[in-house]
Design a protein around this ligand. Structure first.
Ligand code: MN
Length: 422
């Protein structure tokens, strides 16, 4: 894997903005576990429930991009897209534009920046900000690319053949609902639905098997015309960045409704995402070669074949806080456990000519690892330890970090949600 090939294939390069030695004049950024100068994620915040302002996170501060734009601290070409109350217009741009914006932010927030005195006034402590959904996605799709999750769940139903014959050929997915995509912190209300307890007829009642699913959300950049696929070599141009995603699931509703068309009301009552979109540029040092497929696995069909498929090396942790008790880590996993790359998921989605739109959200599917401590849902844990599903008052907290020798570690912040009674 060479650096030159990164730039040719994925429209990202390792450059001065990834230099581990680079420091910010924002003191808390230097050595910050999630938001050092090398991250510069994009998000939207409000202070007094007013309209959203665009922002980047730097250390324990939020830097107001909307005001920086008004003050002329950012390049003129971003004047329009930064004048909105959400990220959507920014996601209409090209990958090279996002890189240019990253460079401008880096220059403004790095030690020795000429306009530091003006920029300093645009910092607000993160603790004072309420984060909003970056933008309402026009479309939301959830994949099923976590192979260990697919195997674990498959084993519950088909011990001999956990994976269906299509799994290693088709990136499996279904269309979700965008009206219920929420930002971290929104409570999840226990949904009601049809449940079948035992052999009797189904009842309409509150779910007794409420679960989380540890996933990543991929945010689409730009668009393709209806009828025009996105070639695999261009897919990287159409990915803006990544957030954490919790695909809340009601397992009893799911078990009764899912055949023959797949998940419906068991999934669409709520999906939570973390507020900071970590850009593909920031993630560039943490792209690693995709694990080779097992012997006997089919090669991807041509339209999904990449010369150098690259996984995201993102370590993800999920914790559970039972009502009033401290949070306990219940799962540790890594996005390297995805069977398909982000580029393959997007290319597959558009391969029939489906028009992707700026700000579309693609869930990766639950990311579990191989061990019993690396499970991305309670459904899988129930098979191991007989553990219970979520109770009212339980809070689920997902966090994620990237680290690689020679680079500054970066993080994603949190994706939280507390269960409330139905
Ligand atoms: Mn899911």
């Amino acid at each position: 894997m060479t650096r030159a090939s990164h730039s040719a294939r994925n429209f990202s390069v390792i450059d001065h903005t990834h230099d581990a030695a680079a420091k910010s004049w924002v003191a808390s950024a230097n050595g910050h576990a999630a938001f050092p100068l090398q991250n510069l994620p994009l998000g939207v915040f409000t202070i007094h429930d007013g309209p959203g302002s665009l922002a980047t996170a730097i250390g324990d501060q939020v830097f107001n991009l909307t005001d920086a734009n008004s003050a002329g601290l950012l390049p003129e070409k971003f004047r329009y897209v930064l004048s909105w109350t959400g990220l959507w217009e920014l996601l209409e741009l090209d990958r090279s534009d996002l890189t240019e914006l990253r460079h401008a932010l880096f220059a403004l927030l790095a030690e020795g920046a000429e306009r530091q005195p003006e920029a300093e006034r645009l910092l607000i402590p993160q603790a004072k900000c309420k984060m909003l959904l970056p933008t309402r996605p026009p479309g939301y799709t959830d994949f099923y690319a976590g192979i260990h999750h697919a195997e674990n769940v498959g084993k519950l139903f088909r011990p001999d053949a956990p994976l269906l014959p299509n799994y290693k050929y088709v990136p499996i997915g279904y269309h979700g609902r965008t009206s219920t995509v929420c930002v971290s912190g929104e409570p999840v209300r226990r949904p009601k639905g049809q449940l079948k307890r035992g052999d009797g007829p189904p009842e309409f009642a509150a779910t007794e098997r409420l679960d989380y699913e540890v996933e990543l959300g991929l945010w689409v950049l730009g668009s393709n015309a209806l009828g025009e696929p996105i070639p695999i070599a261009e897919a990287g141009q159409h990915l803006a960045g990544v957030t954490l995603l919790n695909d809340w699931s009601a397992r009893d509703i799911q078990a009764w409704e899912y055949q023959p068309l797949g998940p419906f009301l068991a999934k669409n009552f709520m999906t939570s995402v973390s507020p900071w979109l970590v850009t593909m540029d920031a993630l560039e040092p943490f792209r690693v070669p995709q694990a080779p497929r097992e012997k006997g696995d089919p090669a991807p069909l041509d339209y999904l074949a990449e010369d150098e498929p690259r996984a995201l090396d993102i370590a993800i942790e999920v914790s559970l806080a039972k009502a009033g008790k401290p949070a306990v880590v219940v799962g540790r996993t890594n996005a390297r456990n995805l069977y398909w790359t982000p580029e393959q998921l997007l290319t597959h989605h558009a391969s029939n000519g489906c028009a992707m739109e700026p700000g579309d959200l693609l869930g990766t599917g639950t990311i579990s690892g191989e061990g019993g401590d690396a499970l991305g849902s309670l459904l899988e844990m129930s098979a191991h330890a007989g553990s219970a599903f979520l109770e009212d008052g339980d809070e689920v907290i997902m966090t994620a970090h990237c680290s690689r020798e020679g680079f500054a570690p970066i993080g994603f912040g949190e994706c939280r949600g507390t269960v409330t009674a139905s």
